[in-house]
Write a protein that binds this ligand. Structure first.
Ligand code: GTP
Ligand code: SPV
Ligand code: MN
Length: 607
């Protein structure tokens, strides 16, 4: 880049993004003009959010050849998109939090760049980046349209693929723009696919910029969370930062309502890392024995939940309007509700197809004879036919058991938090924290296996506190403190549980059937939350179900014994292995969490 931009030029850019008068229209036009003057697109299109417009853009991408129509008989209005093989997952190494302060603002878990340096690099790259292309301006709203907890943004992008995805996963267009004008709040996102050069890939977040409403700039990627800026970039990285300042929480959590035979509905939110079971749990289909007795589940959110305190409780809303779900291992056996909701109006990315253009991925119910793999080549049986991080983008309104509270702008009262992830060893099927503080510690100590959702090695243990390590837009030690503060403000804080569907036996097989069977665990959790299951077993890490009164369906007592066993020595090792991570936050790590840490350790040593 040679010399960095002059400070005065940076300030000018910054001012054009935030526009310090209160005319909303001027804010929008200033930002659009600024991006256009740098990126030099051939034309600018404002997205209105109509069905026709979506159809036209889909048709245009098909005509260009980068979108294929799937079998219209089985999958009407559905498409296959193949992304560049160098661009198939989020890239955390290219993801930055940018502030005008120091690296401490972002903490040890984020990459950091100074705002001036980032502006300088990014606007240099953006010069002429959209030449010959259409620049789309996509206004979107996160949350029910009438919700006071909702929030809007615009994504300015040269990717029609991004536009058609945003039209599914958020509420886009005129209605969104009107809500933003009313609130005069708008997060700004700027995205250009450019030439997909990995060394020039940047996903930069500026929580301080744009009047503290956040700016996101993403270059050289066109995949998932890197490019659909409403999702992880806005609804988590920017939103976590706003939430801390404003006293609410933005969590990487699914939320469901679990309905019991009595009709009572308990709302449960769960944070599991990418590709670790949020979407599947949110779509849970209770097994026959429970379903016939009257147990039901209602989906609120499959990936992100925003929670605001109200009358002593946390009220959760889903900022999103559609799913961006993992395809592999989704089947009628594991997740019939997902299968039924992705049968139309769905964009599949990087899945395989059979010779009749039906989508295919590993773990589907039947395997076709002829398969074309995700790269468009005949599948030989070697490796994966579908990319392990292949996805479906599908409207939430097609989901068969959407909660009637989904559009309730006040949200639903959340009674339980679940933390968890993939752990082949050690971590029991379920246990309950003794207190809010211990629950926050359990969240902070999560050490789980990595997955294909982010670039890098799969199956390696790493610390991923609250499943939010890649998504907190500020110093994670302050995020832990924010958790402690929030819980203390509530008269009815959610009870905190740790769950693990992924324990393996000596042969490497999952010991717990998972999926629909997880309803048995939710049933116990709801019994605990309502004070109806009193005789749980006290262990050094928390309450574990008593086998005498734990309904585990067809899973044998012997397997259950193992799944609920608390290995004190193993847990002492775990605490030791996690300590350097907690220490990496230095003085900033909350004392109260150290207190909780040492009292848990002491209990384990006494065993
Ligand atoms: P992101 O969308 O990346 O945030 O992932 P997610 O947390 O929504 O994960 P998802 O529900 O898509 O599940 C990821 C993978 O784990 C899929 O291949 C699922 O089939 C598998 N999976 C989900 N739940 C279970 C379970 O209970 N047991 C087992 N064995 N696998 C599961
Ligand atoms: C995740 O990786 O957590 C996802 C997919 O949900 S992405 O939108 O790419 O972040
Ligand atoms: Mn998901």
């Amino acid at each position: 880049y040679g010399k960095y931009m002059k400070e005065a030029d940076v300030r000018e850019l910054s001012a054009k993004i935030s526009v310090h008068n209160n005319d909303f229209a001027e804010r929008v036009s200033s930002v659009v003009a600024l991006v256009a003057s740098h990126a030099r697109p051939e034309r600018i299109v404002f997205i209105k959010g109509t069905e026709n417009e979506q159809k036209e853009i889909l048709k245009m991408i098909m005509d260009e050849g980068s979108l294929l129509q799937l079998n219209p008989k089985n999958y009407p209005n559905s498409y296959l998109y193949r992304s560049n093989p160098n661009d198939v997952a989020r890239t955390e190494k290219d993801t930055y939090i940018c502030t005008s302060g120091t690296k401490d603002d972002a903490g040890p878990t984020n990459n950091w760049m100074h705002t001036s340096e980032a502006y300088s690099r990014l606007f240099t790259l953006l010069k002429g980046a959209m030449a010959g292309k259409t620049m789309y301006v996509v206004p979107y709203w996160l949350g029910p349209l009438d919700s006071k907890y909702g929030m809007g943004g615009i994504e300015i992008t040269d990717s029609p693929y991004v536009v058609v995805n945003l039209n599914i996963i958020t509420r886009t267009g005129t209605a969104a723009l009107e809500r933003m004008a009313q609130t005069n709040r708008m997060t700004v996102g700027i995205h250009s696919t450019m030439d997909l050069i990995p060394s020039n890939r940047y996903i930069c977040h500026f929580p301080e910029e744009n009047r503290g409403q956040g700016l996101i700039i993403s270059l050289n990627s066109n995949y998932g969370g890197n490019a659909l800026l409403s999702k992880k970039c806005h609804a988590l990285r920017i939103a976590t930062s706003m939430a801390r300042n404003e006293g609410w929480m933005a969590e990487h959590m699914m939320t469901i309502g679990l309905e019991e035979p009595s009709g009572r509905i308990t709302y449960i939110s769960g944070a599991f890392p990418s590709s670790s079971g949020k979407t599947n749990l949110s779509m849970i289909e209770p097994p026959e024995e429970l379903a016939s007795a009257g147990w039901k589940s209602w989906l609120i959110s499959d990936d992100i939940t925003w929670m605001h305190p109200n009358k002593g409780r946390l009220m959760g809303i889903n900022p999103e309007y559609g799913f961006f779900g993992v395809a592999p291992h989704t089947s009628y056996k594991t997740n019939p509700n997902a299968m039924n909701s992705i049968k139309k109006n769905t964009i599949f990315t990087n899945v395989a197809v059979d010779d009749e253009m039906n989508p295919y991925w590993e773990g589907m119910d039947t395997k076709p004879e002829k398969i074309t793999d995700w790269l468009g080549k005949p599948y030989t049986g070697e490796g994966n036919a579908a990319h392990p991080n292949s996805r479906f983008t599908s409207p939430i309104k097609q989901y068969p058991h959407l909660s009637k509270e989904y559009e309730n702008g006040n949200g639903v009262p959340v009674s339980a938090f679940l933390y968890g992830g993939r752990r082949g060893d050690l971590v029991p099927l379920v246990y309950e924290a003794y207190s809010w503080e211990e629950g926050v510690l359990i969240g902070a100590m999560q050490r789980v296996e990595t997955t294909a959702a982010a670039e890098g090695k799969v199956g390696v243990l790493r610390n991923d506190p609250m499943a939010n390590r890649p998504f907190v837009g500020y110093n994670m030690a302050d995020y832990f403190q924010h958790h402690l503060d929030m819980g203390r403000k509530l008269t009815h804080p959610p009870r905190i549980f740790n769950v693990n569907w992924f324990r393996k036996d000596g042969e490497g097989k999952f010991m717990w059937p998972g999926y629909g069977y997880n309803t048995y665990v939710l049933k116990w959790i709801s019994g605990r939350v309502h004070g109806e299951i009193k005789d749980a077993v006290k262990t050094p890490i928390g309450f574990v179900p008593n086998l005498e009164n734990f309904d585990s369906g067809k899973v044998s007592r012997n397997v259950m014994k193992e799944l609920l066993h608390v290995d004190s020595r193993g847990y002492l090792e775990e605490m030791k292995a996690t300590k350097p991570f907690l220490e990496s936050f230095g003085e900033r790590f909350p004392d109260d969490l150290w207190k909780a840490y040492y009292s848990m350790k002491e209990r384990l040593e006494k065993e």
